[in-house]
Unconditional design. Sequence first.
Length: 232
Amino acid sequence: MYHLNSGGKVFSDSLNSNDFNISIKNLPKGIYQAVFSWKRDLLRPQDIERFSRQPELGVPKYFLSTTFWLDNEEANEYNLSFDKVYNQDELEEILFNQVADEPTHMWVKSNGLNNKLYCQYLDLLDGFKHKNRHQKDSLQQVENYYIEHKMYDEAKIVSATLHEPWLDLVKNELITQEILFMKKHISSDVIIQIYNFQVNSKQDFERYIKVYNSFPSNIKQVLDRRLRHFME
């Protein structure tokens, strides 16, 4: 488990049961990442090549990860849940083959209001990730059509678009919805954290200026100290 603000590892253990206990009373509230990994029995060719060159890194692993809001004043129990039930073989097949149309989703849930709000934000992101994948699949068919008909210039343009993580129209729509979400819940500690993760350049600052303007003056002062280094 990692604290995303500092990037530091706060907990690591080998798990042998469905339940495990860690002390969270000394952990600061904020967004954390939970990572679950296990060694692979099957290796891709690129994994074998990497392992032969860098055996000190160990056998490649399958891994699943998710982020969540932790605050021991809100909740002492956090539950991991999946979008559906998988057996190990099914899960490993999805991860090994990187099946794009069958992604795995997991959440860390609690009774804390801030974690529930953060889960709502993750749901918002997941919806747009699905939309992005779907539209990329459609563009892939367009690229295949151009190649089949030897329209290579057109295919090159589509290919360049497909290599970007986000399609422009989907990304712009996501940012619009993020801004609305953050403004609606501007008084929550969660929003400050989300804002800090999203705004890391002058361009980002300009994109999310409506969120910045919605923060009270004392929060702006704290943010300004972090933002100053890329605003000058």
